[in-house]
Design a protein around this ligand. Structure first.
Ligand SMILES: *[C@@H]1O[C@H](CO)[C@@H](O)[C@H](O)[C@H]1NC(C)=O
Ligand SMILES: *[C@@H]1O[C@H](CO)[C@@H](O)[C@H](O)[C@H]1NC(C)=O
Ligand SMILES: *[C@@H]1O[C@H](CO)[C@@H](O)[C@H](O)[C@H]1NC(C)=O
Ligand SMILES: *[C@@H]1O[C@H](CO)[C@@H](O)[C@H](O)[C@H]1NC(C)=O
Ligand SMILES: *[C@@H]1O[C@H](CO)[C@@H](O)[C@H](O)[C@H]1NC(C)=O
Ligand SMILES: *[C@@H]1O[C@H](CO)[C@@H](O)[C@H](O)[C@H]1NC(C)=O
Ligand SMILES: *[C@@H]1O[C@H](CO)[C@@H](O)[C@H](O)[C@H]1NC(C)=O
Length: 523
């Protein structure tokens, strides 16, 4: 068993052969077994009388003799462990470097650090596997010149303020720890010691890490910008409806937008499928219900450019009898016109219902003529497809011309012919394509042979007639025949308007005919 010979003079100063021999297996056992001798009190008082600066002589706290005694025992062990040359005379250094088994134990004796011997000038606790917060107790040895806590696993904040009483501290090493990075406000502290005190301590931004961050920023930022631009471009090209409204091109629809609006052109949304046109019901991102007409025929590049020109005019048309065109899609793979959705049936379906009064038929006829005349005045070149199945009826039976034929411009002669057929269909409720061998031509021949002698044969059987309505119908059929007379057609749209108005007993409102025209500037 080792025996140490400790003269506590280094701690209690001079004196005493009191503990000339201190023999013990470990500091723990000594703390348990040894007790202050009877004259310890007087020894302490003598010391304080001689050297008042001794830490235990601080009069502001009452003396705890037991604690002071224990600290002398720890001191004697620590002095020995630290391989001081002469623990009887002096205790200049605490050196526990590379001793992870011992250092934490000595750090745990808080009473020792409280009475830290004035002779200690250097404390080395490097590479001792210290964990947790900065060991603040050590700083009570305010006289030290060297403090090495490097190569540990200390974390949290360094109590920078507590370093100011340590005026003699010139060598500090906190390198290789995991402290929390300190703020700029502690710059003074970092100036006091040079940077080799804080290598990889976590306290100062690591040059290498900083460089990596800088490089990451320099590389990352442009990539971010490129990605943003790419993403915006993608949005612009494919889903402009996700852009802020002010960045959206008005009236422009892209294939992905229409695909999204129609659930991927699903069968459920398909309203009508014909040779050249598919009509879908769709819902835009903002919830607006729309009707999407998709043209399936292929057209030349030149015609596609024309289509845009025409669509640009279409979206500006405003009339109570013309469906509102919201925009278009002109893509190599997809051409479409998007109009507002009108709930309700088309005229063909309406006519199939029972007992459609003459008055309502006239009203529809008048509305269609008004719409057609409006188109003729504002934009004669516009193509539209006037049929009983393409004119929709709103809730209050206002007809809406709903199908435009962009890139397909009929002559006005042809348009008047179509209007005539429409008129005759409304009165007779016959479907030329199905009921007559020669189609429309056959239908018109049929009407011609019964006019004017056999009008009753031409009328919709389901319609109740009076003398007045009969007369009106006769005049209307006359107008229809004039319109469809392709050999000798001299009617103008305004004449058709006038005649229809008269037939309908419509108030003549010639100058007002352009109502709804306000927002359209003729080209
Ligand atoms: C003093 O230190 C030496 C080696 O540093 C050790 O062998 C001895 O046991 C220590 N004495 C006591 C009493 O701790
Ligand atoms: C220690 O001695 C001082 C005077 O020498 C005395 O006032 C004090 O009461 C003593 N304390 C103890 C705990 O014996
Ligand atoms: C004495 O102790 C008080 C409180 O414990 C402390 O504030 C003061 O700094 C100490 N004085 C000396 C000289 O150590
Ligand atoms: C740290 O201490 C261990 C023993 O605890 C030793 O093996 C190792 O070499 C030391 N590291 C350094 C850098 O001194
Ligand atoms: C620093 O050292 C000087 C001279 O050795 C000494 O007088 C002074 O008390 C020391 N400062 C501290 C805070 O111990
Ligand atoms: C930092 O201080 C140490 C010791 O005080 C010295 O050896 C080293 O050269 C200094 N380094 C710098 C960069 O000043
Ligand atoms: C602190 O310790 C590290 C690692 O042991 C060493 O590289 C550095 O030079 C030391 N710094 C000072 C100021 O002693």
């Amino acid at each position: 068993m080792a025996s140490i010979s400790v003269n506590l003079s280094l701690f209690i100063t001079i004196s005493t052969s009191l503990y000339a021999t201190l023999s013990s297996p470990s500091v723990i056992e000594d703390l348990k077994n040894l007790h202050p001798p009877p004259d310890f009190n007087s020894t302490i008082y003598t010391n304080c009388f001689k050297i008042p600066s001794l830490r235990y002589c601080n009069s502001s706290s009452p003396m705890n003799l037991d604690e002071i005694f224990k600290s002398t025992i720890v001191a004697s062990h620590l002095c020995n462990e630290s391989k001081n040359p002469n623990c009887v005379e002096s205790f200049p250094k605490v050196d526990l470097r590379n001793r992870p088994m011992i250092a934490p134990l000595y750090l745990s004796f808080t009473f020792f650090w409280k009475y830290c011997p004035l002779t200690i000038l250097s404390i080395d606790l490097s590479n001792t596997s210290l964990k947790g917060n900065f060991p603040v107790d050590v700083l009570q040895c305010a006289q030290i010149r060297v403090l090495d806590l490097s190569r540990n696993e200390l974390s949290g904040d360094v109590p920078v303020e507590s370093f100011s009483p340590l005026t003699n501290l010139t060598v500090l090493n906190l390198s290789y720890n995991r402290f929390t990075e300190s703020k700029i406000s502690n710059a003074q502290f970092f100036k006091r010691f040079n940077s080799s005190s804080f290598l990889h301590s976590g306290l100062l931004p690591d040059q290498k890490k900083f460089r990596i961050k800088l490089v990451a920023l320099l590389v990352g930022f442009p990539i971010f910008v490129i990605l943003m631009i790419g993403w915006s471009a993608w949005l612009c090209l494919r889903r402009p409806d996700f852009l802020p409204r002010m960045l959206q091109k008005k009236h422009r629809f892209t294939p992905p937008m229409l695909r999204a609006a129609t659930n991927g052109f699903s069968k459920k949304n398909l309203e009508l499928k014909s040779e050249a046109v598919d009509i879908y019901k769709g819902t835009l991102r903002d919830g607006i219900k729309v009707r999407i007409e998709i043209y399936r025929d292929t057209i030349s590049r030149e015609n596609r450019r024309k289509l845009i020109e025409e669509c640009k005019v279409l979206v500006r048309l405003r009339h109570k009898n013309i469906v509102q065109v919201l925009g278009w899609c002109n893509n190599r793979r997809l051409r479409a016109i998007v109009t507002e959705w009108v709930e309700g049936e088309n005229v063909e379906m309406w006519l199939m219902g029972s007992n459609r009064p003459w008055k309502q038929r006239l009203r529809i006829l008048m509305g269609v003529v008004e719409g057609v005349c409006y188109l003729e005045e504002t934009w004669p070149e516009v193509g539209y497809d006037l049929r009983t199945n393409s004119v929709l009826l709103s809730d209050n039976l206002e007809p809406l011309i709903s199908r435009f034929k962009v890139g397909d411009q009929n002559s006005s002669k042809r348009k008047i012919y179509k209007l005539g057929v429409f008129l005759l269909e409304i009165i007779s409720n016959r479907r030329p394509q199905e009921e007559f061998e020669k189609g429309e031509t056959g239908f018109i021949e049929h009407v011609r042979t019964h006019y004017p002698g056999n009008i009753q044969n031409l009328m919709d059987e389901k319609m109740k007639m009076t003398e007045v309505t009969f007369d009106q119908a006769k005049r209307a059929i006359g107008l229809g025949l004039m319109c469809t007379d392709q050999s000798n057609q001299q009617l103008s749209f305004s004449q058709i308007y006038d005649i229809t108005s008269k037939v309908c007993n419509h108030k003549r409102s010639h100058p007002d005919r352009r109502k709804g025209n306000k927002q359209v500037q003729p080209r």
